[in-house]
Design a protein around this ligand. Structure first.
Ligand code: SF4
Length: 474
């Protein structure tokens, strides 16, 4: 079949509902990027299950979806190189193959993808995947590629089927999507659209389903998750702290987290929830990006360092053992040595348990990409090296400080070596114990015996007791 690019994107759903018979078909989803993308990939599989699609581990499949991420450098290059490999597979496959590109690169590059890779059948933005059945029908009936990168008027969240598949003891639940902040380096407001908050009733129902399927810990996801302000069952707008309180009432749900947050949206009630909500884990990812007010202003972050310091202080007042994680960008346009030193100072005085740090790289279409005062690459490299050395030291110190500590671990399954079981600490660290009698999803107290760079070794203190400090108010 010869595929040609459409003269215009599909902007309306076909009138007919999908009529594809649910014959058994194979689906392979490749996911790049954040937890939100991983979550979206799972939901795409849920949506396609009634059409007969079953996930397979290799790209030798009837439908291959590339769920892309635009945050990292050369995202489009990576996509086109993967598409080249798939093209060969598609041409050699007797049963044919549909190739779909989803996610943020699809949203940003749209028609460019079909122009460079006309063997792609479907390009859909991150707001369109709930329409997968009708889009696939349009592809198969129309015989031409389809693009859907619109931001539809209806909320994607309202059109998703219920989550039927177990994610295991640690589950992710998207409650918010999009962003209105428009940081000058970031593509998310353009690729994911304006902030949308999912209604509380739908979140609570999905959380209960996940718990019934075996989840003990739920991480709420959103690009700007603490900006969530969904409609409550009472018809009023709820803040995130209230949603977390309602989720904490679900029996058998032991742990709650939320990510990723913006300092501007760390409201007083949310900070206080870290004291009052015993199921909220003492770990928070709170990106600050830079320690310089000048750079924060140039980034349009809408907060300054004073506010960040105040939030950290209040979080620690409310939950003294809270561990913090953050994101940093070095070499943002205009960043001077003094600005970078301010970042190093902030890191040194705050102390982070974990952090993600990157060199600034231009994202086409964002304001900072056109800034005249780009920082030379060698300077960026040197700054990143220096910052990462300090962050690594802090992470090692944090992990070593756990030796001798006791806390509950949520066990997620056997470890890599025979006779070991692995789990997660309240602070997100992987924890490994020598034990064979534990079960997946069990929470048991341990004592930390050793710290490796990326994991902790521990011994069980009492496997019959499934309660220690994480079930008590901090
Ligand atoms: S708040 Fe986060 S998602 Fe929103 S524009 Fe800034 S960096 Fe991007």
């Amino acid at each position: 079949m010869t595929l040609t690019a459409p003269s215009r994107p599909l902007t309306r759903e076909p009138a007919a509902t999908p009529t594809l018979m649910p014959a058994p078909r194979s689906l392979h989803v490749m996911t790049w990027g954040c937890q939100m993308n991983a979550y979206d990939s799972g939901r795409m599989a849920d949506i396609l299950r009634p059409l007969g699609y079953a996930p397979v581990a290799t790209p030798d499949a009837d439908l291959v979806i590339l769920n892309t991420c635009h945050i990292r450098e050369r995202a489009a290059d990576k996509l086109f190189s993967e598409l080249g490999r798939l093209r060969t597979l598609k041409e050699a496959r007797p049963g044919g193959m549909l190739i779909a590109v989803a996610g943020c690169v699809a949203q940003a590059e749209g028609a460019e993808i079909l122009a460079r890779a006309p063997y792609v059948d479907l390009v859909m933005g991150s707001q369109a995947y709930h329409r997968l059945p009708v889009l696939l029908e349009a592809v198969t009936l129309g015989g031409v590629p389809v693009i859907d990168t619109d931001f539809p008027a209806e909320q994607k969240f309202e059109h998703l089927p219920s989550n039927q598949a177990s994610q295991g003891p640690i589950a992710f639940l998207a409650i918010q999507e999009g962003c209105d902040k428009f940081c000058t380096f970031c593509v998310v407001p353009y690729t994911r659209g304006a902030e949308q908050s999912r209604p509380a009733a739908s979140i609570l129902a999905e959380a209960s389903r996940l718990v019934a399927l075996g989840a003990r810990e739920i991480a709420l996801l959103g690009q700007n998750v603490n900006a969530w302000h969904g409609e409550g069952p009472d018809g009023k707008s709820w803040p995130l702290a209230r949603l977390l309180a309602a989720l904490a009432d679900i029996n058998d749900l032991a742990r709650l987290r939320y990510t990723t947050s913006h300092p501007r949206d760390m409201s007083a009630d949310l900070i206080a929830a870290h004291r009052s909500n015993a199921k909220l884990m003492p770990f928070l990812h709170l990106p600050v990006q830079s320690g310089s007010d000048l750079i924060l202003a140039a980034m349009n972050r809408r907060h300054n360092i004073d506010l960040f310091r105040r939030i950290v202080g209040e979080l620690r007042d409310n939950r003294p053992d809270i561990a913090l994680s953050s994101d940093f960008i070095v070499g943002f346009p205009g960043e001077t040595d003094a600005d970078f030193e301010a970042t190093m100072k902030l890191v040194a005085e705050t102390g982070f348990a974990l952090a993600y740090s990157f060199k600034y790289s231009r994202r086409p279409g964002t304001p900072a990409a056109d800034a005249p005062d780009q920082v030379p690459e060698p300077v960026k490299n040197a700054r990143l090296h220096e910052l990462q050395a300090l962050l690594r030291l802090q992470q090692d110190d944090f992990n070593r400080a756990q030796i001798g500590q006791q806390f509950d671990v949520l066990f997620t399954g056997p470890g890599r070596h025979p006779g070991q079981f692995a789990g997660r600490s309240p602070y997100l660290q992987p924890v490994i114990v020598d034990a064979t009698h534990l079960t997946t999803g069990q929470i048991a107290p341990v004592r930390i015996t050793a710290a490796n760079p990326n994991s902790l070794m521990a011994s069980l203190t009492d496997v019959n007791t499934e309660l220690s400090r994480e079930h008590q108010a901090a």
